[in-house]
Every structure is written in C-alpha cells, then in structure tokens.
Write a protein that binds this ligand. Structure first.
Ligand SMILES: [Mn+2]
Length: 284
C-alpha cells in the first residue's frame, strides 16, 4: 500500500490520469490524498470533482478543502459577487449532479490525519502557534458549520474576508471561524505569532529574508506542530519544498508546470509535465 499525496488539480484531469498511470496506482490497495483546490481555472473541473468524490466515497481517497473549493461552494450558494471572469466553474454549476456534488463537497474536512503515520494534510498551512491536536479541533469547528443546514448562510455571509489577521485563544464567533478558514485554506506568509499576511504570493527571495517579520508559515523556530509531517498545496510559486517537516505539493500544473504525487511510504516524488491544455484560457 502506498499513500500518494496529490497536489492542486484545479481542473487538470488529463495530467491526473497520466500521473496515476505512471505510479501504477492500484485502487483499493493504494490510497490518495488530495490537498484541495480540486477545481477552477483549468479545463476539466467537473471531471476532477467527480473523480475525487468517487474515490473518497469508495474509501480510496481523502481530500481537504482549498480556497477554490470554498469559492465553488459559495458560487453554488448564490454568492455571485465572488465569481470572477477567470473562473471555470459554470460546467459544474450546470451539471445534473451539482446538488449531489456540493452536498458531498461541503462535508469534506479542512485537515486530515493519516491513520498510520505522523502525517497530516491541509490545503495552505497550519499557523506556528497551533499544535496538531489544536489544529484538528479548530478544523472541526468549521466543519460542523459546513455540515449544518444553514451552511450556505454561514459560508456566504460570514466566512469571506481577510480579517482578523491575528489569532488568540479567546477569539470568538465568526471572526474565530474566519481566521481558521483563512489559515487552513489561504495562508502563505505569517509572523511568529501567526499573524496572517495575504499580500505576498511569490516564493521568498533568498536575499532579503532574514530580517523580514513575515515568513512562510512553516519556517518559524517556535512552531508547535513540528512533530508531524505536514503536506500542503496552494503555493504554486514555492516549488517542491521537502524541509522543515513540511512537503509542498503544488508544483504549478495549472500554469504549465508539473502535477506531483508524493509517495508517503517511499518518501519520493513523482511528477508529470502538464500539457498545454491545462493553462487557463486567456479570456475564459
Ligand atoms: Mn489554493
């Protein structure tokens, strides 16, 4: 049995098929971890979503929710103001099985813990001030709301926005839940206390780093979650980082880069080159 951690698909279904063939994936024997952002921008989001749903329902895969998956749920729930021209979600929103797909998607977790190893998966990251146990509990707070009957109102009215930036244990209400969502699904840079910084998206530059307050979330010495290997995606410009007890798996398939499967047991990366088809259409 091998656990393959698969980077952000974003609708790149052909590269996924190629990658699974390359690693000789055996359904029912091997297990797939999808780091989220299954959909959007790429050409075959509907196929990707159906594939991941089927694999999860067959107990052959797990996924975590990424910011684009949240975005899809919000678009379905009627939050048109967050739908942009570069989105390629209409195929899903018009599909016959859209209700079934969305009712399944909203029940997916923000964080998954491996049943056998000290390994977890999130979409973007875990702030330095949270232990693994705390992070799992915080993820569950949000998951409860997404599972409730009024999930659409919860998501559309309370979860979008970039405030608050700072976490403290006494944070309550929507602000608390919004920080949790933003940390798990959007974070790249933060400070040592977990204060979020959303403006920077590029990889850190070697030259100007050491005095900068905001750093990639995983580099801080005081990080309280180093006792587990953390797998994540979301950051396509970061590259294939395997350091600091973390593994970055978004290698930019959507942007003409590669799709990654990290074989957990072998500690080895497999990749396929993306094909031209996956690059977002200029005016899609
Ligand atoms: Mn993302």
């Amino acid at each position: 049995m091998t656990t393959y951690v698969i980077g952000d698909l974003q609708g790149c279904y052909q590269p996924l098929k190629k990658l699974l063939k390359q690693v000789d994936y055996q359904p029912g024997q091997d297990y797939l971890w999808f780091v989220g952002d299954i959909v959007n921008r790429g050409p075959e989001s509907l196929q990707c979503l159906r594939f991941v749903k089927q694999a999860c329902e067959n107990q052959q895969a797990s996924m975590v929710l990424g910011n684009h998956d949240f975005h899809l749920l919000a678009a379905y729930a009627g939050l048109d103001k967050f739908v942009s021209k570069s989105d390629t979600l209409s195929e899903i929103l018009q599909a016959d099985d859209v209700d079934e797909l969305m009712d399944w998607l909203r029940l997916q977790p923000l964080m998954v813990k491996h049943p056998l190893y000290h390994a977890v998966m999130v979409h973007a990251g875990i702030p330095p001030q949270w232990s693994i146990e705390e992070a799992l509990n915080y993820a569950a707070e949000v998951e409860q709301h997404l599972a409730a009957n009024d999930w659409q109102e919860f998501l559309c009215q309370h979860m979008f926005g970039s405030e608050p930036k700072k976490w403290h244990d006494g944070l309550q209400g929507w602000d608390r839940l919004r920080y949790i969502v933003n940390a798990f699904a959007r974070m790249r840079y933060c400070d040592a206390s977990g204060k979020l910084e959303f403006k920077r998206k590029m990889a850190p530059e070697a030259s100007n780093d050491s005095n900068e307050k905001y750093q990639p979330w995983f580099v801080f010495d005081n990080r309280r979650n180093k006792d587990y290997e953390i797998f994540f995606g979301h950051w396509s410009t970061l590259g294939a980082v395997d350091a600091y007890q973390v593994h970055a798996t978004d290698t930019g398939c959507l942007w003409g880069g590669k799709l990654t499967a990290y074989a957990l047991e072998e500690k080895r990366r497999y990749t396929v080159d993306c094909n031209q088809q996956c690059k977002p259409k200029a005016n899609a």
